[in-house]
Design a protein around this ligand. Structure first.
Ligand code: BGC
Length: 558
């Protein structure tokens, strides 16, 4: 398994919101180049960019209209080439997002398919006929409503879209589609890109369209049974990955498998399978659901972290993947609210964010940091319902008002939980207009909710930013990249694990609660990183609220 990617600390950049250098209010690739020194000082070794291809931006770039060109809002081909070169000169790597399940409806393939059903591109997509007044089946789209959209000018004829209706799904059963996607990926690898994040690959196979989901016959039901992890996903994935490794044996293939169980993580990342090197699952994070208001859907209600649930989940993942692949460690991404909005303690804000970072990122696995996380950036505050660009937001808003929440309370809930509010501007310097992100009003109409900035935290030795730097220095030592891991059974509210390699043992102990916790730590090691106050007390250690220690014993005394 000796491969460069096993020692990476990955930083996810949402390009539109990172740094704008041409002052149009939209972040760009030149902005990423400009900030390489910042990222390097943070300890980042690989950057993952959300999609940068030509796109009508219905889903912020995940609707691709031309895979071979860069969207002019973020830059040009020359810019991406310059970025690759600059990163490589700094010993860093680049991962591109690779959207393989669907295209934009503006993609020439789809346009050709619409124009001429006899065109070879018609079979690049998925279609179905229905009885008048009905839909082909009752499957629900992840973005609301049905997966079926009427084909213009073709009565009772529909095309399939799992996400937005402007994002038709590709027909992976067609070998020409599979080959076309391989060619696109090879194009980028030949440009020098080091790896790909495979977007939504788990959906590339679909069930028989005649099969209805259980539920009211015509009301759309979201049900993975019909479009996730089906039997042809792995053969298609294998064919794709194999072709890429044939031209670039050390390519890093990071799969996004939102709903993958630990067993599926094994299948998708087992080296013998020649598929992904590592896989992101959204099921590694566990929330408490017992405090929710049952009158409202769970999705937009704030939830606390379930420390015990997370301990169980991570124990399973770490154990099952021990000899298979590296788990992917992340708290946030562009599809969820920011960690500071979800789990930071109100009374111990900075300490809590340091403890959460240490609790996760020193584990066996690949850390992925979502831009701004290292500053303690929270979700932005979006003022209008339309700013969320999500058709499921209005029904939630109406339902919340109907059961007695005020408009203000409902907007707060949405802003605290919604993915769009997590895509706000990177605050570089609070003394500059728009926090130094741009001189122009930013594309997202959101307000910063916590006064954090790179400038302020760079000059503060106690800042979260400086803590992240220290953490990543530690992370890149062999003990934390290659050591075995054991997650310890501890009191709820405490998360403790050990890492062991040759004659070294590290113990990471985090009090993830607002109360004092007594913890046993008898590894005899020396503290190498500490947050908050930890005192000796009758043979045990007394961890103050949101405190943390990393101790390392390298005297073989354990
Ligand atoms: C991406 C989302 C996107 C979807 C469709 C996901 O997995 O992370 O942001 O909307 O794929 O491309």
């Amino acid at each position: 398994m000796a491969n460069w990617h096993e020692k990476q600390v990955i930083y996810q950049i949402y390009p539109k919101s990172f740094k704008d250098t041409n002052d149009d209010g939209i972040g760009d690739l030149q902005g990423v180049i400009q900030k390489i020194p910042y990222l390097k000082a943070l300890g980042i070794t690989t950057i993952w960019l959300n999609p940068i291809y030509v796109s009508p931006q219905v889903d912020n770039g995940y609707d691709v209209a031309d895979y071979y060109q860069i969207d002019q809002s973020v830059g040009s081909m020359a810019d991406v080439e310059a970025l690759i070169q600059a990163l490589h000169q700094n010993g860093m790597h680049l991962l591109l997002d690779f959207v393989m399940n669907h295209t934009s409806d503006q993609h020439p393939w789809f346009q050709a398919a619409l124009k001429d059903p006899q065109s070879k591109y018609h079979d690049y997509y998925l279609w179905a006929q229905a009885k008048p007044g009905q839909l082909p089946n009752n499957w629900g789209s992840f973005f609301g409503g049905s997966v079926w959209e009427p084909t213009p000018k073709a009565p009772n004829h529909y095309y399939f879209h799992l996400f937005d209706r402007h994002m038709p799904d590709l027909n992976w059963q067609n070998p020409a589609v599979r080959q076309a996607m391989i060619e696109i990926a090879k194009f980028w690898l030949n440009k020098g890109v080091d790896g790909l994040r495979l977007d939504a690959f788990i959906h590339i196979d679909k069930a028989n369209f005649k099969q209805f989901a259980v539920g009211e016959s015509q009301k759309p039901v979201i049900d993975d049974t019909f479009y996730a992890h089906l039997s042809r996903v792995q053969p298609y994935l294998r064919e794709f990955c194999h072709a890429l490794r044939a031209i670039k044996p050390d390519v890093f293939i990071l799969g996004e498998a939102a709903s993958a169980s630990p067993e599926l993580l094994i299948d998708y990342s087992r080296p013998q399978n020649d598929e992904c090197d590592a896989v992101i699952t959204f099921r590694s994070i566990v929330d408490r659901l017992d405090q929710l208001d049952s009158r409202l859907p769970a999705e937009f209600q704030p939830k606390a972290l379930d420390v015990e649930g997370m301990r169980q989940r991570l124990t399973t993942i770490e154990t099952k993947l021990a000899d298979v692949s590296l788990p992917v460690l992340y708290w946030s991404n562009h599809d969820m609210a920011r960690v500071a909005s979800r789990y930071a303690s109100t009374d111990y804000y900075w300490q809590s964010l340091k403890c959460l970072a240490a609790m996760l990122y020193l584990q066996r696995g690949l850390p992925i940091i979502y831009y701004g996380e290292e500053l303690g950036l929270k979700n932005s505050y979006l003022k209008q319902l339309s700013d969320f660009h999500d058709q499921t937001v209005l029904p939630f808003y109406q339902q919340a008002l109907a059961v007695g929440y005020s408009a203000d309370q409902t907007m707060k809930m949405l802003n605290q939980t919604h993915k769009m509010a997590a895509r706000g501007m990177m605050p570089w310097d609070s003394d500059q207009p728009y926090q130094g992100f741009s001189k122009h009003e930013p594309w997202l109409n959101g307000q910063q909710t916590t006064p954090v900035s790179v400038a302020a935290e760079t000059s503060d030795p106690t800042s979260l930013l400086v803590f992240y730097r220290q953490l990543f220095q530690l992370k890149q030592t062999p003990l934390f990249t290659a050591g075995d891991e054991v997650i310890q059974p501890t009191a709820n509210g405490v998360f403790q694990y050990t890492r062991q390699l040759a004659g070294q043992l590290a113990t990471v102990t985090c009090n993830l609660s607002d109360t004092v916790q007594l913890v046993t730590n008898n590894d005899g090691g020396q503290p190498s990183l500490t947050v908050g106050a930890v005192d000796q007390h009758a043979g045990q250690l007394n961890y103050s609220p949101w405190s943390m220690t990393v101790t390392i014993n390298d005297k073989k005394e354990f």
